[in-house]
Write a protein that binds this ligand. Structure first.
Ligand SMILES: Cc1cc2nc3c(=O)[nH]c(=O)nc-3n(C[C@H](O)[C@H](O)[C@H](O)COP(=O)(O)OP(=O)(O)OC[C@H]3O[C@@H](n4cnc5c(N)ncnc54)[C@H](O)[C@@H]3O)c2cc1C
Length: 416
């Protein structure tokens, strides 16, 4: 009998998993259904470039259903809740979808209301986020009219998608104001709840040095309790204040709302407890998770989602066949970090190995932990790669899902 795999979310993970699954199974064996609340697939790394006029908003959005292979059904509806006892998804349009296997791919949501004042006076006037398209477009207009004053880039709390993106925003802001010849009139401050510029010590040291070199201020261990857009100040829970003229805020993230409405499915933040190596959820054997929705201990990034694709699809096929699952995912993450002036850094790590210098993916390749034009070109090329290789679920010879060790001088082990 044909089994039905329902995939909740048609973003990066849902799309690439659906396409891989479609190729791995016959139409008779498996029906693949993708559900998403809308039909606009945004290439999220492009959101970084929109505020600086380096990407056209229209060029980073495509129809979701066009990214899905023939034989994958697309349902445009919000998910209302999941009943993991009855193996059913209840949709906002009133329909119910029964499943044999469920793949949660609904990513992370911006919880703007979690921070007092964030969307109050000044929102979209002097307080912005570039983490969604409307905000990125509005911020472009604001930056265009910003000639002097203090620009504050603030991460309210972790975890966030692409933890390097706010740092990249600072580096690009430095470049942007220099290009406009007004850098000496603009103070740039990076305000983070972490005790350093980044979570991983080796990369944090490198990135802290780069902030200093570019004359970007750094305030650490700042837990934002309120954004006062009327006065122009971030207020921390411990009473400290950081005044601003323009604030770029990365809001609190949580899992999708429906997870909270589905008994037994999510944790306190609506992320799903997931085995970090098999990507099977810990809540039900026939529920798997890919991408930002999982609570696995690595970055919420498209690269992670991509590398997870191999394991999660293999394991869904194995589960349907009654076979033992493979503990295939090693936490592999890589991130290009745009540093301005047509250069970028690349970092590559996994659950057990810190970002190291060297090259990716082998002895010859892109330089790691080092600014270079090649990495910048890699970052730009990635958009093409995303639509044409990553989402269709194609394999690239020489670029496997596991973190490569060739090209790296020493490998340190032990949990990062
Ligand atoms: C500014 C920015 C820059 C980034 N830069 C990079 C980068 O350079 N490199 C990198 O690797 N990663 C980057 N990322 C992160 C990357 O985009 C995400 O990690 C990746 O898209 C995660 O894929 P996903 O499938 O888990 O979630 P998504 O791609 O976000 O997809 C989730 C889907 O679920 C749907 N959904 C949610 N709730 C519901 C519901 N109730 N009902 C129906 N559908 C629902 C959403 O509509 C969405 O389509 C960046 C992200 C941002 C915001």
């Amino acid at each position: 009998m044909t089994k039905r795999v329902v995939i909740l979310g048609g973003g990066t993970g849902g799309t690439l998993a659906a396409n891989r699954l479609r190729r791995a199974t016959s139409f008779d064996e498996v029906e693949v259904v993708v559900v998403d609340q809308n039909n606009d697939h945004v290439y999220q790394p492009g959101l970084l470039f929109v505020p600086f006029g380096l990407a056209d908003p229209h060029d980073i959005v495509r129809r979701r259903e066009r990214q899905l292979h023939r034989g994958v059904s697309f349902v445009e509806s919000a998910v209302e809740r999941v009943d993991i006892q009855a193996n059913e998804v209840h949709l906002g349009n009133g329909d119910t979808l029964a499943y044999d296997v469920l793949l949660i791919a609904s990513g992370a949501t911006l919880s703007l209301d979690e921070t007092e004042g964030l969307t109050g006076p000044g929102w979209m006037e002097r307080v912005f986020t570039f983490y969604e398209l409307d905000g990125a477009v509005a911020l472009q207009r604001a930056l265009d009219g910003f000639d002097s004053g203090r620009l504050v880039v603030n991460v309210v709390d972790m975890p966030i998608k692409c933890p390097v993106a706010p740092l990249e925003f600072c580096f690009l802001a430095d470049w942007y104001f220099r290009e406009r010849g007004i850098r000496e009139h603009v103070e740039i401050l990076y305000v983070t709840p972490l005790d350093a510029a980044f979570t991983k010590p080796v990369a944090a040291e490198r990135l802290t040095g780069m902030l200093a070199d570019k004359n970007i201020g750094l305030i650490t261990e700042f837990n934002t309790g309120e954004v006062d857009g009327a006065r122009g100040a971030l207020v921390a829970f411990d009473g400290r204040e950081v005044p601003f003229d323009l604030a770029v805020v990365v809001p609190v993230h949580s899992g999708a709302d429906y997870v909270g409405r589905s008994p037994g499915l999510g944790d306190a933040l609506n992320f799903v407890e997931t085995d970090e190596h098999t990507l099977q959820s810990k809540v039900a054997a026939n529920v798997f998770v890919i991408g930002d929705a999982a609570n696995v201990p690595t970055s919420k990034a498209g690269s992670v989602t991509h590398f997870e694709g191999d394991t999660v699809v293999d394991n869904i096929v194995r589960f349907l066949a009654g076979e033992v699952l493979l503990a295939g995912f090693d936490g592999h993450t890589n991130c290009f970090i745009e540093t301005g002036f047509h250069k970028a850094l690349l970092i590559d790590f996994n659950y057990d190995t810190e970002p190291l210098p060297g090259h990716y993916p082998a002895g010859v390749g892109l330089p790691l932990l080092k600014e270079s034009r090649l990495n910048h070109l890699g970052k730009l090329m990635f958009q093409w790669f995303y639509w044409h290789v990553l989402l269709p679920g194609r394999d690239v010879p020489g670029l496997g899902a596991d973190m490569p060790t060739a090209g790296k001088p020493t490998i340190t082990t032990g949990k990062a």
